[in-house]
Design a protein around this ligand. Structure first.
Ligand code: ADP
Ligand code: MG
Length: 548
């Protein structure tokens, strides 16, 4: 008690405290979830460390979370036997916001709080939510390395103190003195209810006044037939901190080439589309039920960052460090197997339930497009999943490239597409005239990124993907030769055609490279085409816009 230090919270931390305390007020229950999830994280970390470092200190203390409700003294205590914190860790973890670029993080947080307070659960504000209910909080903690224990104390108003605290066991004890209007959180039935709602799948016993209240078993290792729909949905809400129900679920196991148990979910909403900032990976990597890498960046490509869930592989070395994951050959194989399996799942869903897949495409298609432009490895699998409007679909309806190919004309060896800001703009433009006339289907790429996707892919099932604004475009010969007679080159004498072209070139000057007669127009007098075919006009527009 001799060395008490008083510190100011970092300015950002104070802001977070302010946002959390003021905007989450009606969702106070979630502070229990946040503290329990921190306790579970600390236990997971200890379980991993005990395999890699073989620590001696307090090594026989069981891995569990104990919650003590003291209704008389309006006090709630949450104790875990996880890794604990050293003095420095205590200061960094509970005095500052560790997130990189915290300014941006705060903006997103404030935005989220305005839109939907439930979204705030997606952000790592965790610990500070305790001040929604607490007058005063003490955190007593001792690291797994056996160094001296410390107590952190604060009322959440701007400062905190840290002092030495001898005689602690490994782990962390959080003692909460409840505000007068939050006394109910010292009621054990309230706490049990909240744990069942939010923390049921924490893989360590959570004991309330000595009795275990959660389902400790790892759901993904159980057989599919034993798991109910409710359990699956509950687990999704738990793992994704979500309030919605998932759109898709994929639970599978493999033995070769790797032994894998995976349970993956597609959420219902795409928060990136809602302007909530970039999603972070949210699939956890386990090895024989031991958490190796939470929210792993290594086991799925970045463009699948919308997936939530767990992957467990017995083949990974249990003591692998997080740093080693990046270059590990097994992890690379794991990533490939998972990605292919998930894309196959989507293809099956698209076939068996096209309406639902259309919904998925609307919400998450942008991620697959990102994959198509960044990951050549899965080109064919992603190509199968792409959807576009075309001259053969009703407005708002979509077609796949496979269906397009089925409808291709005899002699047609390419898939054609044209970009435009809207369907009607495209349909009234000159590029589609000859397609219409010859009854050749053309895909409408109505999003600027679509041209990048298709030109990056280059081919699909051996068919070239060709933008209709290319100068060298050659449509398959029309069945009826009548077409020929109407082409300007033949209705005007060649000499005059040349004169008109050079007149137009003179007027336009450097704005165009060349003016040539064409057989591609039906009603329009002229159109602008793309000479080198490297970039479509819409790609150029995008690049010009981003270069500004
Ligand atoms: P997050 O869990 O998203 O990192 P929190 O605000 O919930 O954010 O917690 C901040 C940090 O404090 C955690 O990352 C962890 O390092 C530390 N911490 C919180 N609770 C515990 C605990 N019970 N045991 C050990 N460390 C903890
Ligand atoms: Mg947390």
């Amino acid at each position: 008690d001799t060395k008490v230090e008083t510190r100011q919270f970092q300015a950002e931390t104070r802001k977070v405290l302010d946002i959390v305390i003021n905007s989450l007020y009606t969702e106070r229950d979630i502070f229990v979830r946040e503290l329990v999830s921190n306790a579970a994280d600390a236990l997971e970390k200890y379980r991993h460390i005990s395999l890699t470092e073989k620590p001696e200190f307090d090594k026989d203390v069981p891995l569990e979370i104990n919650i003590d409700c003291d209704a008389k003294r309006h006090r709630l205590t949450i104790t875990d036997t996880g890794i604990g914190m050293t003095r420095e860790e205590l200061e960094t973890n509970l005095g500052t916001i560790a997130h990189s670029g915290s300014g941006k993080f705060l903006e997103e947080l404030a935005e989220a709080a305005k839109k939907d307070i439930n979204l705030i659960g997606q952000f790592g504000v965790g610990f500070y939510s305790v001040f929604m209910v607490a007058k005063r909080v003490r955190v007593q903690t001792r690291s797994w390395d056996g160094s001296e224990g410390h107590e952190w104390e604060s009322d959440g108003a701007g400062t905190y103190t840290i002092r030495e605290c001898p005689g602690l066991h490994r782990g962390t004890k959080i003692i909460i003195e409840l505000k007068d209007d939050a006394e109910d959180y010292a009621n054990k039935f309230t706490i049990e209810r909240i744990i069942k709602q939010y923390s049921n799948f924490v893989p360590f016993p959570i004991k309330v006044d000595g009795k275990t209240v959660n389902t400790v078993q790892a759901i993904w290792t159980r057989s599919r037939s034993e798991i109910t729909e409710e359990e699956y949905t509950e687990f999704y809400k738990f793992i994704a901190n979500a309030v919605d129900e998932p759109m898709y679920r994929l639970h599978f196991s493999t033995d070769a080439p790797l032994a894998i148990n995976a349970l993956l979910y597609v959420p219902k909403e795409n928060y990136e589309l809602m302007g909530m900032g970039r999603m972070q990976p949210a699939v956890n990597l386990y090895c024989q039920k031991v958490l190796i890498d939470q929210h792993s960046e290594h086991i799925l490509p970045e463009w699948l960052r919308f997936l939530k869930g767990v992957v467990d592989s017995e083949d990974l070395p249990l003591n692998i460090s997080r740093q080693a994951l990046q270059d590990n050959a097994l992890v690379h194989r794991l990533r490939k197997v998972l990605t292919k399996r998930f894309l196959k799942f989507l293809a099956d869903e698209a076939k068996n339930n096209p309406e639902k897949y259309a919904e998925f495409w609307k919400t998450f298609g942008i991620f697959l497009k990102e994959g198509a432009t960044s990951d050549f490895e899965y080109r064919d699998e992603i190509g199968k999943l792409l959807r576009f409007e075309s001259s053969a679909t009703e407005p708002g309806e979509m077609t796949s490239l496979d269906d397009y190919i089925d409808r291709m004309k005899e002699g047609q060896d390419a898939i054609y597409y044209i970009n435009g800001p809207s369907r009607s703009a495209v349909e009234h433009g000159p590029y589609v005239e000859m397609f219409k006339k010859r009854d050749i289907e053309i895909i409408y790429t109505l999003e600027p990124i679509d041209d990048f996707v298709l030109s990056h892919m280059g081919t699909y099932r051996d068919k070239k993907l060709v933008s209709a604004d290319r100068a060298d475009l050659r449509l398959p010969e029309a069945a009826d030769k009548e077409d020929k007679g109407e082409t300007p080159a033949e209705t005007l004498p060649e000499e005059q055609v040349k004169e008109i072209c050079s007149f137009i070139k003179e007027v336009l000057g450097d704005k165009v490279q060349e003016v040539k007669p064409s057989t591609r127009l039906v009603d329009s007098p002229a159109m602008i085409v793309n000479v080198d075919g490297l970039m479509t006009s819409s790609m150029e527009r995008v690049l010009r816009a981003t270069a500004r």
